[in-house]
Design a binder for this molecule. Structure first.
Ligand code: NDP
Length: 294
């Protein structure tokens, strides 16, 4: 794509899609949009985007079609009725969250219609779209990625191609999101416990930040040992961790705070103890978590 062809279609105008269209318009792209709820396009149309009357018309408008939908059910709902002949030759930049298997099936579905899917996993909230430091994992054909790199770098400053497997970007994205959801919930738990004891989120923010920094340091420390298969109980012991987690459960219960999350953590410690790892590091729980619960 050269400068004269700065033209793209965006399907899906949730917070992400709208932020992407805005970033593209800011950078001088001609943008055709389609969304199930047409009114979400109003502001963007006022800024110069063109609202296509149907998904087929949106696909027909450009070779590059960005998909920013809730899930792949929505992708098939929207693109399923588009004739295969209209999809042929299109590059579907699919930034819709999915499992790796769903992403691979999506790439096959596109290939059956003569289209190419580039899978993307955006590592930024809508406010990060268009920012130089934000990034997106991509996987799929390298050649297609290179051809559209300039466009992709408008969406997030860094476009990070990780490999040809269309499922890879989805996998890396889900690994990050897995950590994101559980970590953020651990923070909500901390805030709930603080509030139940008369402290505000702001009161505990400096301590929460320090804990988050410690997590980053410990991740680096344990990564090396885990990859080497070392779970020695030299710096911590699972048995110690189990006692500590029980105090966490009881402190939350005493404060009248929901204990679902700490109880789930305590259950994993219990399983580690039952597997005979009490004298090992609590990193041994990686091995427990690598197998489904009995
Ligand atoms: P939303 O779920 O808010 O909106 C996505 C779009 O999907 C909307 O335009 C919605 O249309 C459309 N949609 C959903 N179901 C259907 C359907 N069955 N048929 C047609 N259209 C449908 O998502 P976001 O904009 O927040 O995010 C888009 C993608 O990016 C998601 O996969 C998300 O996981 C991912 N993502 C989001 C981040 C965020 O912080 N928001 C961060 C990183 C990735 P309508 O307007 O009509 O409801």
């Amino acid at each position: 794509m050269n400068n004269a062809q700065k033209s793209v279609t965006v399907i899906g105008l949730g917070p992400m899609g709208r932020a992407m269209v805005a970033a593209l318009l800011d950078r001088g792209y001609a943008v055709t949009v389609w969304n199930r709820t047409a009114s979400r396009a109003d502001e963007l149309v006022a800024r110069g985007a063109v609202l296509a009357p149907s998904p087929a018309a949106a696909v027909a408008a450009n070779e590059a079609v960005i998909l920013s939908l809730t899930d792949y059910v929505a992708v098939y709902d929207v693109l399923g009725p588009v004739p295969a002949a209209d999809l042929a030759g299109r590059v579907l930049v699919n930034l819709t969250s999915a499992t790796p298997e769903e992403a691979r099936a999506g790439a096959r579905w596109a290939a059956e219609r003569g289209a190419v899917q580039l899978t993307g996993g955006v590592n930024a909230p809508p406010a990060g779209v268009g920012e130089p430091d934000s990034s997106t994992y991509y996987s799929g054909p390298r050649e297609t990625f290179d051809q559209y790199r300039a466009l992709l770098e408008v969406l997030t400053g860094r476009a990070d191609h990780r490999g040809e497997d269309p499922g890879l970007a989805a996998l890396l994205y889900q690994i990050g999101v897995s950590m994101f959801w559980t970590s953020m919930l651990s923070y909500w738990q901390a805030v709930a416990l603080a509030r139940a004891n008369g402290l505000t989120a702001a009161d505990i923010l400096p301590d929460a930040r320090e804990t988050a920094d410690t997590l980053a340091q410990l991740s680096a420390f344990y990564a090396e040992r885990i990859d080497a298969g070392v779970h020695a109980g030299d710096v911590d012991r699972l048995a110690m961790g189990r006692a500590s987690v029980e105090h966490v459960v009881r402190t939350n219960a005493d404060a009248g705070v929901d204990t679902a999350l700490p109880a789930a953590v305590a259950d994993l410690f219990r399983r580690g103890m039952e597997a005979g790892h009490g004298e090992d590091s609590f990193s041994t729980l990686v091995e427990v978590m690598s197998k489904p619960a009995a």
